[in-house]
Design a protein around this ligand. Sequence first.
Ligand SMILES: Nc1ncnc2c1ncn2[C@@H]1O[C@H](COP(=O)(O)OP(=O)(O)OP(=O)(O)O)[C@@H](O)[C@H]1O
Length: 262
Amino acid sequence: MIIQVENPVVEVHDLTVSYDRKPVLWGIDLTLPAGSLVGVIGPNGAGKSTLIKAMMDLLPAGSGYVRIFDKPIAEVRNRISYVPQRESVDWDFPASVFDVVLMGSYGKLGLFKRPRQADKDAAMEALQKVGMQGFANRQISQLSGGQQQRVFLARALAQNADIYFMDEPFAGVDIATETAIIELLRTMREQGKTVIVVHHDLQSATEYFDWVVLLNMRLVASGPAEQVLTQHLLEQTYGGKLTVLTKVGELLRKQEFPARES
Ligand SMILES: Nc1ncnc2c1ncn2[C@@H]1O[C@H](COP(=O)(O)OP(=O)(O)OP(=O)(O)O)[C@@H](O)[C@H]1O
């Protein structure tokens, strides 16, 4: 099931991406609605990270194209923010939490511009939003995994973009941090931002996302979460072998037939 939207915030057309000439994404065609929380879901190696990187033009497309806000990406780069996987970054790099967040906002200004007071205020405000204001002067090498994730998020918030791509923002965080992050993402949605999240946990996906993209090298489904997160489509995505599918099936049945529980 692939549902196309009018006036999409992201349009992916016939996208194929390869590493060393070996395709990992084939003929992806999808559109995403503005102001939504989008979950990109699929098994390990399905190409989820590759898809969001290709959407931002960080990886070259073998064929096809991506448009954001109906424009080529080069024209809208300053409206896009990216939160990569936490492990992809060198956390031993000598920098303070505040500097990392500040670089988020003044990266937009260009390399040789100095940050203004307004940028510094925005950085501090972003740290407050993720509950990390007390860590501003801490070296990033001295943070826990969950704190690193919050700093990453603060950095993205300081960029004040219109569309956010996040690669597994909930990986390795405790439940309090996960709740804080999802609350933040919901607030961003209320402000009309679009947030595209690579996500692993099928059970929370039913609760977190408005729109879900199911991927396994090819696009299996793209549409409203309640229409896409079905046993049938999840089996198509995961090959029907995972026990987690049974759990999700149960959860979906409960949601569909709440009267059964009483
Ligand atoms: N830089 C690279 N060079 C070669 N192959 C790569 C590279 N990055 C990813 N791949 C391969 O491309 C495929 C898709 O990888 P990708 O990281 O996009 O999957 P994913 O769905 O995000 O996986 P996971 O859930 O495990 O993070 C995998 O088979 C992976 O081994």
